[in-house]
Design a protein. Structure first.
Length: 320
């Protein structure tokens, strides 16, 4: 007997809601348990978003072009990019150690560029420490570019609009509050509690952290590559892209096959391994759950992936 898709969606939505409630309650006390709940929530999200969209009609699998791009980085330059960190300072330190060592070799000139693709915070419990690292001495070997992710945008919105706090914690904001010593409100409807949490976060957050978050770039172009958090909207000129799309777009970008005029390097959409084709390079490998934080090295026409955790053994090189 077939179960109606609407009932499946209602069940998954109920599981997601209860997982959100559990994660908020667990966050101040049990980082490990909170992580297990976050994993459940992420898996339910994947089922809902990939196979059960609002209209109830299952989505087709993404169409992925197979051609390898001939995009290049200007001669004499080396560029690294790092995917979504999501509060995993431990993985960030490990990956930076690899990049420091890797940067010692090669025939490029000057300092290598390092582009962070956003989503430094949320989901993991070390968000504050991640920002400290990004502002610290480990960045000294590189010319750095820090891009804004949708999670940084949500945090900044919470500081000015406390009422969106319940929506923020659905996507990992509770873990960020805890990292700054702020207790997440237990009730979604306690307006005064969310206002107090917003004010407490402002007090607890170092001024340099807020300045860092408020000055993040939206994208950067280097050679034939465009680095951006989520992607771009196909059919829209690159200089006409909206900030919202560059922070939030997903299927409309991933499933399209039209040339974009550049190769887009992005995070935002987690996958089990990094991706490269003729349109895009995807570097979000779900670090906060998988233990794999991924970077890519761009030099001439070569792209090489470097990562932490078990995925390090699967680092791939694609050269044309």
């Amino acid at each position: 007997m077939k179960v109606p898709q609407l009932r499946i969606r209602e069940f998954l939505t109920s599981v997601r809601r209860h997982a959100d409630d559990a994660r908020v309650k667990l966050a101040p006390h049990m980082a490990k348990a909170g992580l297990h709940v976050a994993r459940l929530r992420e898996r339910v999200d994947g089922l809902l978003d990939r196979y059960m969209p609002t209209g109830g009609k299952p989505k087709a699998p993404p169409v992925v072009p197979l051609a390898v791009t001939s995009a290049t980085i200007p001669d004499g330059q080396r560029v690294y990019a790092i995917g979504d960190v999501h509060g995993r300072a431990d993985l960030l330190k490990a990956l930076l150690a690899k990049l420091h060592k890797d940067a010692l070799g090669g025939d490029y000139k000057g300092r290598p560029k390092l582009v962070f693709l956003g989503d430094y915070i949320d989901r993991g419990f070390q968000s504050r420490e991640v920002i400290d690292i990004l502002l610290g001495d480990l960045m000294s070997p590189f010319d750095t570019f820090f891009l804004k992710g949708n999670h940084e945008a949500a945090m900044l919105q919470f500081l000015s609009e406390p009422g969106m706090g319940p929506r923020w914690v659905e996507h990992g904001g509770a873990e960020t509050l805890v990292s700054y010593g702020v207790r997440p409100p237990r009730s979604r409807t306690a307006v005064d509690d969310w206002a107090m949490a917003s004010q407490e976060l402002k007090r607890q957050m170092p001024r340099e952290h807020l300045q860092f978050l408020m000055n993040l770039q939206i994208n950067v172009r280097i050679g034939d590559y465009m680095f951006v958090h989520a992607g771009v909207r196909p059919g829209v000129d690159l200089d006409q892209q909206s900030e919202y799309d560059m922070l939030w777009i997903r299927d409309e970008f991933l499933n399209d096959t039209r040339p974009l005029g550049v190769v887009v390097v992005h995070g935002h959409t987690p996958a089990s391994q990094p991706h490269r084709d003729s349109r895009r390079v995807g570097l979000d490998t779900g670090a906060y759950i998988s233990g794999e934080l991924t970077a890519a090295r761009f030099e001439h026409e070569t792209v090489e992936f470097l990562s932490t955790g078990v995925g390090a053994a699967k680092a791939a090189t694609v050269t044309r």
